[in-house]
Design a binder for this molecule. Structure first.
Ligand SMILES: Cc1cc2nc3c(=O)[nH]c(=O)nc-3n(C[C@H](O)[C@H](O)[C@H](O)COP(=O)(O)O)c2cc1C
Length: 220
C-alpha cells in the first residue's frame, strides 16, 4: 500500500512539474509575441519647391516640419512613428527621382509604361520582429509608384498585418489596396487605410486625424 502511495506521489509531482513547464512556455511565448514591434515603411519624393517661409507649397508634395523639408507621405509616416513608437524605414531607389514636377511626372509615366521594377537601396529590417507594418506611398498615375511593386514582390509579409496609408492628389487609394492583397495573399491587408488629400496635408487637424485613425487599431 505504501509503495502504491509513493508511486502515486511521484507521478503527481512529475506531472505537476510538466504542467508548470508547459504553463511557463505558454506564458513566455505569449509575452514574446506581445513584444512584437510596429514598422512604418514609406516612399515619398518631396518636390523641390520654394516654400517662402510657409509650411507648405499650395498643392505640392512638400512641407516644412520642425525646420525639415519632408514629403507628404513622409510627414504622415513620421506622425505614425511618433504616435506608435514604431521603427521607421524609408523605401528608396539607388538613384534620385527628379525633384521637379514635370520631369518627375514624365519619369514616373515611363516607369509605369515599361512596367519597371526599380531596385530598392536598403533591405528591410528583419520582419520577424514585427507583426504590423504600416505602408505609405503617393499615388502616381492612378496606381502605386512602381518601386512599391518591387517592395511587395521582394518581401514576404505572410502572417503580418499590413496597414496602408496614402497622401494623394484626388485619386485616394485608386485600387492599390486590392493590388497589395494580390501581391501579399498571406498577409492581413487592412482595407480601412488612411487616405489624405495633399490639399489638406498641412492642416492643423492632420495629427489628430492620424491619431484617431490609429486608435481604431489599438482599441479593440
Ligand atoms: C508622377 C506623379 C503622378 C501623380 N499621379 C497622381 C494620380 O494619378 N492621382 C493622384 O491622386 N495624385 C497623383 N499625384 C499626386 C501625388 O499623389 C501627391 O502629390 C502626393 O502627395 C505625393 O506624395 P509625396 O510628397 O509623399 O511624394 C501624382 C504625383 C506625381 C509626382
Amino acid at each position: 500500500m505504501r509503495l502504491i502511495l509513493n508511486k502515486l506521489k511521484f507521478h503527481l509531482k512529475n506531472n505537476l512539474a510538466r504542467i508548470t513547464i508547459l504553463l511557463m512556455t505558454v506564458f513566455v511565448s505569449t509575452a514574446q509575441s506581445a513584444e512584437k514591434k510596429v514598422l512604418i515603411a514609406y516612399f515619398s519624393v518631396p518636390e523641390n519647391v520654394a516654400l517662402n517661409g510657409v509650411d507648405a507649397a499650395t498643392g505640392a508634395s512638400v512641407l516644412l516640419k520642425n525646420g525639415n523639408v519632408v514629403g507628404s507621405n513622409q510627414y504622415v509616416a513620421q506622425l505614425i512613428q511618433q504616435q506608435t513608437g514604431g521603427d521607421i524605414y524609408r523605401i528608396e531607389a539607388p538613384f534620385e527621382y527628379p525633384d521637379t514636377h514635370d520631369p518627375l511626372l514624365e519619369f514616373a509615366q515611363k516607369e509605369k509604361r515599361t512596367n519597371t521594377r526599380p531596385a530598392i537601396k536598403t533591405p528591410l529590417p528583419d520582419l520577424e520582429q514585427y507583426d504590423t507594418v504600416y505602408v505609405g506611398y503617393p499615388i502616381w498615375w492612378y496606381q502605386m509608384p512602381m518601386i512599391m511593386y518591387t517592395f511587395f514582390e521582394q518581401n514576404n509579409f505572410s502572417g503580418k498585418t499590413i496597414i496602408p496609408f496614402t497622401v494623394h492628389g484626388g485619386s485616394r487609394f485608386s485600387g492599390s489596396i486590392k493590388v497589395i492583397q494580390n501581391l501579399q495573399p498571406n498577409a492581413d491587408v487592412v482595407t480601412t487605410g488612411l487616405a489624405i488629400s495633399r490639399n489638406r496635408i498641412d492642416s492643423e487637424q492632420i495629427p489628430s486625424q492620424v491619431s484617431q485613425w490609429l486608435n481604431t487599431f489599438t482599441k479593440q
